[in-house]
Design a protein around this ligand. Sequence first.
Ligand SMILES: Nc1ncnc2c1ncn2[C@@H]1O[C@H](COP(=O)(O)OP(=O)(O)OP(=O)(O)O)[C@@H](O)[C@H]1O
Ligand SMILES: [Mg+2]
Length: 332
Amino acid sequence: MFFLVAAVATGSVLVYDAVNKTTDETVTIIVITCVIFSLALVCAVVDMIRRKYTVEQPVEKILQATKEIAQGEFSVRLTPRHTYKRYDQYDLIMEDINDMAKQLSKAEEMKTDFVSNVSHELKTPLAILQNYSHALRDKNLPEETRDRYLGEIESASKRMSTLVTNILNLNKLENQQLKPEFAPIDLKEMLINTVLAFEDVIDGKNLQPVCELDDVSVVSSYGYLELIWNNLLSNAIKFSDEGGDIIISLQEKNGYAVVSVRDFGCGMSPETGKRIFDRFYQGDTSHAQEGNGLGLAIVKRVIDLLGGEISVESELCQGSVFSVKLRVDQDL
Ligand SMILES: Nc1ncnc2c1ncn2[C@@H]1O[C@H](COP(=O)(O)OP(=O)(O)OP(=O)(O)O)[C@@H](O)[C@H]1O
Ligand SMILES: [Mg+2]
């Protein structure tokens, strides 16, 4: 467009100039004007083609991709037109759109997995509730069988309630709705109280808890720490054999409070060890009825929010030790 306007302007000046000139001069001026027009036309066409390939096509591709993403098609990927070192603005936008689509498809996958995991975890206790409540309609059931069925119903509903509580906790932690309330905490006292709260289950399995606790205090959130110790201790109890030992230790090392929960139960393989903090992951299928694989996902999230560390050492059939490190002088 610019070339054509410039050509028309120059042509007009030349034609104006041609008035009152000799015939030869007029012909020369007309030829020059024609050449200028032709050149302007060629430049305009070349510019149009350049714009089509360097601006319109990438913009079109970008618009098409964003439209598809907006309609929920997250598998869309754009191919930048240049090699990485020669990226222009459009290539950068394309890379950003690819990243955005990847993130969205990951979030979508997680959502689908989450829904199917929750449904799966609800199915078993629901089936138990339905079957046993149906069976209880039989008026001729012996008292002993009736009690057993009621026990099954009770534990299935407990399992469902734990699942819902854990999902809500995890969700609140993810969305930062469960705010930590920092205060000085006597860890020794807290760990003793945690063990006492599990007394019935510990006695039920005839386990021998050993507490090796130094006097250590931290500034932290009581509610958050409760989630950690409850989950670690409940795992140690669940994965211990009858009559086994459980050692809970507390020490202060290099400005950190170090809490370890050790059991001598089934332990886990290195493959299992890599996935234990994933939501709904349960490595030992023999205990799958007793939980939903959310405990350690909660523990990990809480420890990340507190800026602590957790590590695990474990060997199949030998037992496991979970160690948590928390800064003693955490700022309020
Ligand atoms: N002390 C342990 N000994 C052996 N395996 C363990 C131990 N703690 C955890 N694991 C493994 O890690 C998996 C995940 O643990 P997590 O606490 O998240 O789930 P869960 O205990 O199975 O269920 P939930 O905690 O929801 O009741 C367990 O299923 C088990 O395979
Ligand atoms: Mg657990």
